[in-house]
Write a protein that binds this ligand. Structure first.
Ligand SMILES: C[S@@+](CC[C@H](N)C(=O)[O-])C[C@H]1O[C@@H](n2cnc3c(N)ncnc32)[C@H](O)[C@@H]1O
Length: 238
């Protein structure tokens, strides 16, 4: 399989908060459309997916942590092309079965596994976390960020797309905050903290952050710097 993906039970937070959504095939089918996915991010879906895809190249080996609704996975698979490799891990067997049926492409492998404990046997060119962190409790967020960073090779990129604190006069700011407090309680941590602050080896990466839709959404990229031993003497300063 190329990667150490431990089979795991569905975490408590996922069954407790989103169980109905991810454990029901009829609800999954209803939600898994481009229209619904776009609605849930206020029409920003294409823009957000484009921003992920532009970080990728043909033939790359890519990992995604967490299955998503809509066409995000297809767009990534299309970008890396027929000679790319795309591993998608998820804790929920029902989501895996559903996506395997809807995306029957050889280059995409859906694997049962937990992002918080994932260890890659061979590092990837790129790792994607698309709206995963906002669903994870704080300790799991930290573990997932660090697992994603550990899975990428030197020069490779980890791409996080998720929610962000909107500007204070954003018309939807308080509506979204209320919704999060009721239904999406782990999202708000991403309003208070930058994603790079979850990283144990923050300095090993070059971080970039951009936002859109009145700062409601963020894309953070972390590019792994070459290790010191990889720098040739001619490149070192006196
Ligand atoms: C990636 S998030 C995306 C949600 C967002 N609403 C969307 O569809 O774009 C949802 C997925 O993450 C999965 N998930 C939750 N916790 C996980 C974990 N620790 N490891 C791997 N997958 C996880 C869930 O089973 C679910 O399929």
């Amino acid at each position: 399989m190329g990667s150490d993906v431990k089979k795991t039970s569905i975490p408590f937070y996922s069954s407790f908060l989103y169980g109905d959504l991810y454990n029901s095939i009829s609800k999954t089918r209803k939600r898994d459309t481009e229209f619904q996915a776009n609605l849930r991010c206020f029409g920003q879906s294409k823009k957000l997916i484009d921003s992920v895809v532009k970080e990728l190249r043909a033939h790359q080996r890519v990992l995604q942590m967490g299955i998503t609704f809509g066409d995000e996975i297809e767009r990534v698979a299309e970008r890396i092309g027929a000679y790319g490799e795309f591993d998608v891990i998820d804790v929920n067997p029902l989501q895996i079965k559903h996506k395997k049926e809807t995306i029957p492409l050889d280059r995409v492998r859906f694997l049962e596994g937990d992002a918080t404990t994932f260890k890659a046997e061979e590092p990837y060119d790129a790792v994607i976390c698309y709206f995963l962190l906002s669903e994870l409790p704080i300790v799991s967020k930290m573990k997932a960020v660090n697992a994603a960073l550990s899975a990428v090779k030197e020069g490779g990129v980890v791409i996080f797309v998720d929610t962000h604190t909107p500007i204070f006069w954003h018309p939807l700011r308080y509506v979204v905050r209320m919704y999060n407090r009721l239904w999406h309680p782990f999202a708000e941590k991403l309003w208070d903290r930058d994603i790079d602050t979850f990283a144990n080896k923050r300095m090993d990466f070059t971080w970039r952050k951009s936002t859109c839709f009145g700062r409601m959404f963020q894309k953070v990229t972390a590019v792994r710097k070459p290790s010191k031993s990889a720098v040739s003497p001619s490149q070192t300063s006196v």
